[in-house]
Design a protein around this ligand. Structure first.
Ligand code: NAP
Length: 242
């Protein structure tokens, strides 16, 4: 069976993506770091709609944890593989550069960029062997395209993820695996709840923050058969804010 793995699937964009992929008939593996209660809630929602879901907690930024969780899953699923991977887990630790603690620089890059590397590297061999059209979608950001003041760490991590998306897309295209990135602007989730929304939405041509479900619909399209010839792309979803 072909499974979908969504990192950071317990809340926000990842949760909406889990629900979307389940609604498309995919069995979903919900990764999260620490919020088991929220992840259980996503699993219950998927099961209530007749879908199939399982939990896979690990810190995407710790290679040993990624490897151990993947080994355990593969042992329990010898005939299955992860055909759809959404690298969504990410954190913000905003600060002006001259005051940014070293830990905040490294933690943000470790989660978004090294996390992408650890999880994707592990999923690729099976995806490339099957020739059934594997799909990888990386959650980048508008910050990675234009750079945001106060977010040098986050902008660097997301810009690097975009570079990696384009390089990997060319590597694995001969195996019918597509690799794309999604670059959201301001979306209503826990990550943005401390931002002054009334002020910031005035910057958005559509005058509102996006909804997690709107991003999930885009991810759903990118993993679908309809997107089989799209690879190495970065698709913005930002209400017109560039
Ligand atoms: P969120 O509401 O803060 O949720 C973050 C999710 O990532 C949670 O499920 C969390 O798990 C998980 N996570 C965090 N660190 C992790 C780690 N080291 N290992 C595994 N899971 C981890 O964030 P969001 O707004 O949904 O953002 C999701 C992605 O979209 C991020 O990559 C973010 O950079 C990107 N993005 C968001 C926006 C926006 O406006 N919201 C805009 C552009 C890009 P726990 O529940 O266990 O903590």
């Amino acid at each position: 069976m072909k499974y979908a793995l969504v990192t950071g699937g317990s809340r926000g964009l990842g949760k909406a993506v889990c629900l979307k992929l389940a609604s498309m008939g995919m069995p979903v593996i919900i990764n999260y770091q620490s919020n088991g209660e929220a992840a259980e809630g996503v699993k219950a929602e998927i099961e209530a709609m007749g879908g199939q879901a399982e939990l896979m907690p690990f810190n995407v930024g710790k290679m040993e944890e990624v490897e151990a969780a993947m080994d355990k899953w593969q042992d329990a699923h010898p005939d299955d593989y992860i055909a759809y991977l959404v690298n969504n887990a990410g954190i913000r630790r905003d600060n002006v550069m001259f005051m940014m603690p070293e830990a905040d620089w490294h933690d943000v890059i470790n989660t978004s960029l090294n996390g992408f590397y650890y999880v994707t590297r592990r999923c690729l061999p099976k995806m490339m062997m099957r020739k059934h059209g594997g799909r990888i979608v990386n959650m980048a950001s508008l910050s990675g395209l234009k750079g945001m003041p106060g977010q040098t760490n986050y902008s660097a991590a997301k810009a690097a993820l975009i570079g990696a998306t384009k390089a990997l897309a060319q590597e694995v295209a001969p195996r019918a695996v597509t690799v794309n990135a999604v670059a959201p602007g301001f979306i209503e989730t826990d990550m943005t709840k401390d931002l002054p929304q009334d002020e910031l939405k005035q910057l958005v041509p559509m005058k509102r923050f996006g909804k997690a479900e709107e991003v999930a619909d885009l991810v759903g399209f990118l993993v679908s058969d309809a997107a089989s010839y799209i690879t190495g792309e970065v698709i913005s979803i930002n209400g017109g804010l560039y």
